[in-house]
Write a new protein. Structure first.
Length: 198
């Protein structure tokens, strides 16, 4: 599969099989992530791969509870694709512990060295995360970008022992897909590309 095909079918796969991902596959995903560009090649990223059942249960219970009001009070008038997104996100939150691997993309402020800025940390961890999800797709693995860590950050930090100067930037669910990959629905190039002038 070429890179474009992987990107154009790299949907948020929130329905995942419970089968574990082998260690070499997980390492391959982190390898792909860490081939990304970063500010000044600072590479201020680290990844916690969470596969431990009891920890996933604890974090999952917390995420489920914290997210419940979000789903109970979902906005009115959602279209079919937004409804699908909410339903999928709810399913993922409620089945947090069943996801084979949660990959937490973490960052340290590392660039520029004389005055490290938060923006460069996120601007380095997210390209790595995008690399990871596209690589996963090419390997037949489903992923979903989330910010679920924001719902349980103190607990995650405590259970996993994340150092104080390390930020949690993204939580990616990964596993073999329960549903079919399909083409992503995105704005057409003609609506977003400006050639030479806005
Ligand atoms: C920064 C960021 C945060 C996201 N947070 C969540 C989230 O918390 N829960 C979730 O289910 N999906 C989350 N997503 C996935 C998007 O909702 C999803 O990519 C978008 O709806 C388009 O769907 P598609 O990728 O399947 O085409 C996030 C994506 C990004 C880039």
């Amino acid at each position: 599969m070429d890179a474009i095909e992987a990107m154009e079918t790299c949907i948020a796969m929130r329905y995942l099989k419970e089968d574990p991902l082998p260690q070499d596959v997980l390492e391959r995903l982190i390898y792909a992530a860490t081939r990304a560009s970063s500010a000044g090649n600072s590479q201020g990223w680290e990844f916690v791969v969470l596969t431990d059942g009891p920890i996933k249960e604890k974090v999952g219970a917390h995420v489920r509870e914290a997210m419940a009001p979000v789903f109970e009070n979902k906005p009115q008038g959602l279209d079919a694709s937004q409804t699908k997104m909410y339903d999928g996100a709810q399913y993922l939150a409620e089945n947090f512990a069943k996801v084979p691997a949660w990959i937490f993309g973490c960052g340290r402020k590392a660039y520029p060295p004389q005055d490290p800025q938060e923006v460069f940390m996120y601007a380095s961890v997210y390209p790595a995360a995008q690399n990871l999800i596209v690589a996963a797709r090419s390997m037949g693995i489903g992923t979903a970008f989330t910010t679920f860590h924001m719902m349980a950050e103190p607990l995650i930090r405590e259970l996993i022992g994340i150092p104080e100067d390390v930020q949690l930037c993204v939580s990616i669910a990964a596993g073999y897909p329960e549903r079919q990959f399909k083409k992503v629905n995105r704005r057409p190039v003609k609506d977003v590309m400006h050639l030479n002038r806005w």
